[in-house]
Design a protein around this ligand. Structure first.
Ligand SMILES: Nc1nc2c(ncn2[C@@H]2O[C@H](COP(=O)(O)OP(=O)(O)O)[C@@H](O)[C@H]2O)c(=O)[nH]1
Ligand SMILES: [Mg+2]
Length: 296
């Protein structure tokens, strides 16, 4: 198996000049490819991605004008974490990304800042884990909206993951039953706890070699904890040390693609505060039901 295939590539086996983005930092990217071991540093070729750059300059310049330009604009034509790209390898220094390859799956939300532009959260994943914790964060309406957005995400399956079930209390069955009725056949529902290990075998069944999982959900639901759990304690410890020394790449301030010992990959996304379609309050009012759970 080539290095790129290890990272989920399903095209021509000996592909040259193709890479996968494992992290993105503005114009700079970390890539994995068949040309070199480890990660290589690459830059976007300016002329190949000119549209977006022009737009970005306009945003900085004239905010009023951009409203009209941004509306209806394409979803990010720039590569993001998880993307496959064509690139020119440079063994001596920085390589150059020349083309974004088609995405087989894509999950986007509407921009919460009302510019009506959608924001791409994850691409090229096989399984989308829509995560929500069994505490104050619990909202059946929100999961409903995620599933609506996921309906046209491409060649991938959605899985609803209820986290922190170790915090289960009497009466929570009402909320879980409501969730089951709403999800009804659109996706499996896993109930997990990284603290007790409950339900983790079901998660591991998705973490097969060459498969990419994307974790989405509000900040604090336990996405990074699940990644650390799947990756193993040793891996997590290494990450912490790297973070401490300033070299860490898994702080989830941006999206990162991590290769697990099982051979699967995880795209951990930063927390999502707001997700498009309908405002949370509106959705609750429309349904006329208390889908939120409040403690104390
Ligand atoms: N009780 C409980 N707490 C958890 C569990 N998983 C994560 N947490 C806690 O939830 C908090 C947020 O977790 P984190 O993984 O950073 O969430 P993220 O923002 O989605 O990445 C941390 O304090 C975790 O220790 C769990 O299974 N049970
Ligand atoms: Mg996190």
């Amino acid at each position: 198996m080539t290095r790129l295939e290890q990272f989920g590539w399903r095209g021509e086996s000996a592909a040259a000049g193709v890479a996968r983005v494992v992290s993105a930092h503005g114009d700079y990217y970390h890539l994995v490819c068949n040309e070199a071991p480890g990660e290589i540093l690459a830059r976007r070729k300016k002329s190949a991605f000119a549209g977006k750059a022009t737009k970005a300059r306009l945003v900085a310049g004239r905010a009023a004008n951009i409203e009209t330009r941004a509306r209806g604009a394409d979803e990010s034509p720039r590569p993001i974490t998880g993307d496959f790209v064509r690139f020119r390898y440079n063994a001596q220094g920085e390589s150059m990304i020349t083309e974004l390859l088609p995405r087989f799956s894509h999950f986007a939300r509407k921009d919460p800042t009302a510019r009506r532009k959608s924001q791409t959260l994850a691409v090229n994943f096989d399984t989308l884990f829509i995560m929500m914790s069994l505490n104050e964060d619990f909202s059946t309406a929100r999961i409903d909206r995620y599933l609506t957005l996921a309906a046209d995400m491409g060649e991938a399956e959605a899985v609803v993951v209820v986290t922190k079930v170790d915090l289960r209390e009497d009466g929570d069955d009402v909320f879980l039953d409501d969730l089951r009725a709403t999800v009804a056949g659109r996706a499996p529902i896993l109930e997990i706890s990284c603290h007790t290990g409950e339900g983790l075998d079901a998660v591991r069944a998705y973490a097969r070699p060459g498969r990419t999982l994307a974790f989405i959900g509000s900040s604090g639901v336990g996405k990074s904890t699940l990644l650390n759990t799947l990756a193993g304690e040793e891996w997590a410890a290494t990450q912490e040390i790297q973070e401490w020394s300033g070299k860490g790449r898994h702080t989830t301030t941006s999206r990162e693609l991590a290769l697990l010992p099982s051979g699967a990959m995880v795209i951990d996304t930063p927390g999502i505060r707001e997700i498009g379609i309908l405002g949370e309050a509106e959705a609750l009012q429309m349904k006329g039901v208390a889908t939120h759970r409040f403690r104390k």
